[in-house]
Design a protein around this ligand. Sequence first.
Ligand SMILES: Nc1ncnc2c1ncn2[C@@H]1O[C@H](COP(=O)(O)OP(=O)(O)OP(=O)(O)O)[C@@H](O)[C@H]1O
Ligand SMILES: [Mg+2]
Length: 137
Amino acid sequence: MKFFDCSFEGGSRIVIMIGPLAFKFARVREYWRSRMWYFSGVWGNNHERRRYKKYGQKLPLAPTYITFGLVNVQHRGTPVTQEELENEQPWGVLDSKESRFYDLGRASSYCRIAGKIVQCDYGRGNLEAFLKKHFEN
Ligand SMILES: Nc1ncnc2c1ncn2[C@@H]1O[C@H](COP(=O)(O)OP(=O)(O)OP(=O)(O)O)[C@@H](O)[C@H]1O
Ligand SMILES: [Mg+2]
């Protein structure tokens, strides 16, 4: 793992990795054909912070240490391949329809920390429904 790295893959965040930390910056976006600008990753950042607080102890989520809205500070992991994700199934066996609906099947949303695959991109709006359905009683 390089000490310094960055990723421009994400649609809503740019990620800068320094040592053991990942800094996730909200991207600037323009509303469709308007002159309004917004930071598309702020929602995702806030969701991740809140979800980590709520579920981080029991679920496979990369630790989100702090959020400043525009920036999230996460524990940095190493990339995983699609094959590793399919073999290890961090969420257990998922129905393929459900996996698609909640966007849980892309290796780019996961990383490896301390030997285990955890999700690092868990800011998506509808993931809340998945977490509630399976992990709340
Ligand atoms: N904690 C982390 N450790 C290591 N790499 C990470 C971490 N968080 C994100 N990354 C890398 O940065 C990329 C973009 O991050 P992420 O997927 O969270 O952004 P996004 O904009 O929400 O993505 P999407 O376009 O899928 O919604 C990931 O695919 C991954 O390669
Ligand atoms: Mg992503």
